[in-house]
Design a protein around this ligand. Structure first.
Ligand code: MN
Ligand code: MN
Length: 296
């Protein structure tokens, strides 16, 4: 499996080890020397944008070129070097991310990629009939010029059919931001793409930039809505609203995003990812099987 989370990285493992050690300690008799209870360091806290999990177990190991983790203050992503695009991008959205910074439009190559890796250029999509489609949108990062500018790195882009990007997707992005309700709610959002071949404004393409960038066939998004608060992964319950969509990367698609609602499980089955993996498994089972039909 390309995407399988190593057992050692699964949340909860240190706790299991610790409880096993405590059981062993409580079973010892007074004649035995005091058992050595190993000191298990607390698991490092997940980066903010991976609070609900790292869907593919991406790492910053340069040999992991199909699943390379890039952590930025503004979002986290798994990059696929051979496809010249992210597998997924994950970000936390709160009212504090919304400000008055202007859209910077400074599309550019991402210098954070390892030395020697091809860097998709601001001009790489020119003439292809596909937009440079943001994963983490510009309007989700307007707290400062720097935060907004970070969304224009080409590692945050996919070749997206213009109608998908400018209408279907924009409508869902606007809906999502409105759900913040002035700070009453906070959101965790994941966007990704898979498959090969899409239809832009100039027809069908498998790749662009001389084969360096794969045009995905499908584009998905998962939005988790939580009342504003702390300890977010633990606050996701069976009642938490989760909106998942999976759309064709095709310029003839409907602009009504709600028609594309599906379950998280369906996206996991199509992609091999484990989404929301930091949420309790019993809760995942319920919220990932459900297709949202909430108010629009
Ligand atoms: Mn699942
Ligand atoms: Mn899952």
């Amino acid at each position: 499996m390309l995407f399988s989370l190593p057992a050692a990285l699964r949340p909860g493992k240190p706790l299991l080890l610790l409880s096993a050690a405590l059981v062993a300690a409580s079973c010892s008799t007074t004649h035995d020397p005091a058992p050595v209870v190993p000191v298990v360091p607390p698991a490092a806290p997940l980066p903010e944008h991976l609070t609900l999990g790292n869907p593919s177990g991406a790492t910053a190991d340069t040999t992991a070129y199909t699943n390379f983790l890039l952590l930025k203050p503004e979002y986290a992503l798994s990059y696929h070097r051979a496809q010249g695009k992210p597998n997924w991008v994950s970000w936390h959205l709160t009212q504090a991310d919304r400000g008055s910074a202007d859209r910077q439009d400074d599309f550019r190559a991402d210098a954070a990629l390892p030395a020697g890796w091809y860097r998709v250029q601001a001009t790489s999509y020119v003439g292809s009939g596909f937009d440079r489609g943001h994963n983490c949108p510009s309007a989700d990062r307007t707290s400062s010029v720097a935060a907004n500018s970070a969304t224009f790195l080409m590692t945050n882009m996919i070749p997206q059919a213009p109608r998908n990007n400018q209408q279907t997707w924009a409508n869902l992005e606007n809906f999502s931001r409105a759900q913040l309700s002035g700070g009453t709610y906070e959101l965790y959002i994941l966007m990704g793409s898979y498959g090969r071949g899409g239809t832009g404004s100039k027809g069908f393409l498998n790749t662009l930039d001389n084969g360096r960038v794969t045009v995905p066939a499908r584009i998905w998004k998962v939005v988790v809505l939580l009342p504003a608060g702390e300890n977010d992964a633990a606050r996701v319950t069976a009642d938490t609203r989760v909106i998942a969509i999976d759309t064709p990367n095709d310029n003839t698609l409907s602009t009504d995003w709600s028609q594309f609602r599906t379950s998280v499980d369906a996206i996991e089955a199509a992609t091999g990812l484990d989404l929301l993996s930091a949420v309790a498994p019993a809760v995942q089972q319920v919220i990932e099987a459900r297709t949202d039909n909430g108010p629009l």
